[in-house]
Write a protein that binds this ligand. Structure first.
Ligand code: SAM
Length: 207
């Protein structure tokens, strides 16, 4: 979907330092004795590398071949390993039920129309263990990546007509909608980061 592949090809890694909450999240994951983590939409690998360095058993997926290639190279440079797979988060995940202790996904799952985003959330629920943790960040605002013009393709879904993410639909969340779509999770916190994303920390309810 859209063109992170071109962005990575043109600009390289793009994200070099971890998302601002990641240090706190890693502390929590360690406290909870998390082992198997999925970095969903790993991009060029900033969090995959960080998690591998912290000793977690890391799986990472992304739709961008170039992103995955950069992640692989970054891991190799640091003498670390993780299992990488090319995959669209809007398709059935290539993992068995209840496979992961935690799933982290920063700035990924909102890159589509609402129905697709909700399917992705249902797959997150399927492959996460009951009681497992998520840290997911999604768009809270349409003004990003230097775009000046947008098309509203569906309610709450904006597609930039220029800028780096030209042509990529973004589903824009409200806090209320986050709570609704993540109703199967106990919400531990929801806050806004500096890049205008909602950051949701949650735990899958045991049914
Ligand atoms: C803003 S980047 C964030 C990358 C990474 N999570 C990070 O924080 O560094 C968005 C990522 O979403 C990925 N992406 C977009 N559509 C996707 C899809 N359908 N399936 C998986 N990844 C997708 C892009 O390839 C890109 O790596």
């Amino acid at each position: 979907m859209g063109d992170w592949e071109s962005i990575f090809k043109k600009d390289g890694k793009v994200f070099l330092t971890a998302q601002e909450d990641m240090e706190k999240i890693i502390k929590l994951l360690k406290k909870e004795k998390v082992r198997k983590i999925l970095d969903l939409g790993c991009g060029s690998g900033r969090h995959t590398v960080l998690f591998a360095k912290q000793g977690f058993d890391v799986y990472a997926t992304d739709i961008s071949k170039t992103g995955l290639k950069m992640t692989r190279k970054w891991l190799k440079e640091k003498n670390l390993c993780a299992k990488l797979k090319e995959h669209s988060c809007y398709e059935k995940f290539p993992f068995k039920d209840k496979r992961f202790d935690a799933i982290i996904s920063t700035q990924v799952i909102h890159h589509n129309f609402h129905e697709k985003v909700k399917f992705c959330i249902s797959e997150i629920e399927r492959v996460l263990k009951p009681g497992g943790l998520i840290f997911i960040t999604v768009a809270a605002n349409k003004r990003k990546q230097g775009a000046t013009a947008f098309m509203m393709s569906e309610p709450r879904t904006y597609t930039p007509l220029d800028g780096k993410e030209k042509g990529v639909p973004h589903f824009i969340y409200t806090k209320t909608l986050m709570k609704k779509d993540f109703k199967n999770f106990k919400i531990l916190s929801i806050c806004r980061d500096n890049g205008n994303h909602w950051c949701l920390l949650g735990r899958l309810k045991e049914t």
